[in-house]
Design a binder for this molecule. Structure first.
Ligand SMILES: Cc1cc2nc3c(=O)[nH]c(=O)nc-3n(C[C@H](O)[C@H](O)[C@H](O)COP(=O)(O)O)c2cc1C
Length: 171
């Protein structure tokens, strides 16, 4: 089996945020996908069980999703993708607004955002697959191109940390 075939799959790049009481975190993910469009649209996202954002989403049953633009830089992606919110306030140097659900949404280098409720969890071993129901959606900068995972690797020359769904140990 040639596991590098998996690197040919395409994704976008997002920051998902969650909050439970006064505890907040958010993390960079590439695993957001829309599943249905009828009635209330549904989406999925896979989040590593060790990520603080996963713990907060399981407790609050709410997740907001910022769709990053191609202008998102390594500082923003890295703040949310390589550090944990357990001991660091990721909002400190990030532009954000409060969603209707009270959860901060990253609006820096963001094309648009989604507010969702968690309606189901599937345990996938290292990751929880969250099934999400859309509650709110807004465009912020619709003329900008959305960031793709390919662009992040090829143009920005970004790395993938071990907790990402697509991480593979160097052979
Ligand atoms: C490009 C990129 C893609 C990532 N994709 C995912 C993903 O799909 N799922 C996931 O759980 N973590 C993913 N991560 C890792 C998390 O963003 C990272 O573990 C983060 O530090 C967790 O922060 P938290 O502990 O505050 O939640 C990705 C990171 C990067 C840089």
């Amino acid at each position: 089996m040639n596991l590098s075939t998996l690197f040919k799959l395409n994704y976008g790049l997002y920051i998902v945020t969650s909050k439970e009481n006064e505890n907040f975190s958010g993390c960079t993910v590439n695993t957001v996908t829309q599943i249905t469009a009828e009635e209330k649209p549904k989406l999925i996202v896979a989040i590593n069980k060790e990520n603080y954002t996963c713990e907060l989403a399981r407790k609050s049953e709410k997740l907001n999703i910022s769709i990053l633009s191609q202008e998102a830089d390594l500082m923003l992606i890295g703040t949310f993708g390589f550090r944990t919110g357990r001991d660091f306030n990721k909002l400190q140097e990030t532009e954000y607004k409060l969603g209707k659900n009270g959860i901060p949404i990253v609006i820096q280098n963001t094309v648009g955002y989604l507010e969702t409720n968690v309606i189901q969890e599937i345990d996938c071993g290292t990751h929880i697959l969250f099934l999400l129901e859309l509650q709110e959606a807004e465009l912020i900068d619709p003329e900008k191109e959305s960031m793709t995972y390919g662009y992040y690797h090829k143009v920005i020359k970004g790395m993938t940390p071990p907790k990402a769904s697509t991480y593979q140990k160097a052979q």
